[in-house]
Design a protein around this ligand. Structure first.
Ligand SMILES: CC(C)(COP(=O)(O)OP(=O)(O)OC[C@H]1O[C@@H](n2cnc3c(N)ncnc32)[C@H](O)[C@@H]1OP(=O)(O)O)[C@@H](O)C(=O)NCCC(=O)NCCS
Length: 130
C-alpha cells in the first residue's frame, strides 16, 4: 500500500470516491498523502493512511489522523478499526499516539480507537504485545 501501478491507483481512487470519506495532504501542487475511512459494520469505520515516502516523518500523518478521527467522531461513528503489519513500527507508534490500541494480534495487528464512552470497554491487548 498504496497501490503502485497506474491501473491499480485508478481503481483505488474510484473505490475511494464511491465508498469512503477521505482527505489528502498537499505540498505545493502535489498530493503527498491520503487518509480514508470506509464504513464497516454498524457505526464503525476502517481506516487506511499513507504519506509519500519523501514526505514521511514530518508530522503529516499525525495531522491527517487527527483530522479524520475528528470527522469520524462528528459523523457519529463509535470507533475506528485499522490493520497494520507488526513490523510497521512507525505506523504503530503514530496510531498509538492518537489513541489506537491493539485489540487483536493473531497475525497482523488489528487496532481500534473508541470514539464513544460505550466503546471504552473494547478490550485492548496492548499490554500483552511488545
Ligand atoms: C505510517 C505513516 C502514515 C505515518 O505518517 P508520517 O507522516 O510519516 O508520520 P509523522 O511524521 O506524523 O510521525 C512519525 C512518528 O513516528 C516516529 N518514528 C519514525 N520512525 C520510527 C521508527 N522506526 N520506530 C518508531 N517510531 C518511529 C517519529 O519519531 C514520529 O513520532 P513523534 O511525533 O512521536 O516523534 C507513514 O509513514 C506512511 O505512509 N507509511 C507507509 C504506509 C503505511 O504504513 N500506512 C499505514 C498502514 S495501516
Amino acid at each position: 500500500m498504496p497501490p503502485v501501478s497506474r491501473q491499480a491507483i485508478e481503481a483505488w481512487v474510484d473505490y475511494i470516491t464511491e465508498n469512503c470519506f477521505s482527505i489528502v495532504a498537499e505540498c505545493g501542487r502535489k498530493i503527498v498523502g491520503q487518509a480514508a475511512v470506509i464504513p464497516s459494520g454498524r457505526d464503525t469505520a476502517e481506516l487506511c493512511i499513507f504519506v509519500h515516502r519523501n514526505y514521511q516523518n514530518r508530522g503529516i500523518g499525525q495531522q491527517m489522523l487527527r483530522l479524520i478521527v475528528d470527522y469520524c467522531r462528528r459523523a457519529g461513528y463509535r470507533g475506528i478499526y485499522l490493520t497494520t503489519e507488526r513490523s510497521n513500527v512507525r505506523a504503530i507508534h503514530v496510531f498509538r499516539k492518537v489513541g489506537f490500541r491493539i485489540v487483536d494480534s493473531c497475525y497482523d495487528y488489528e487496532m481500534f480507537l473508541p470514539l464513544t464512552d460505550f466503546c471504552e470497554t473494547q478490550p485492548a491487548k496492548d499490554d500483552q504485545v511488545s
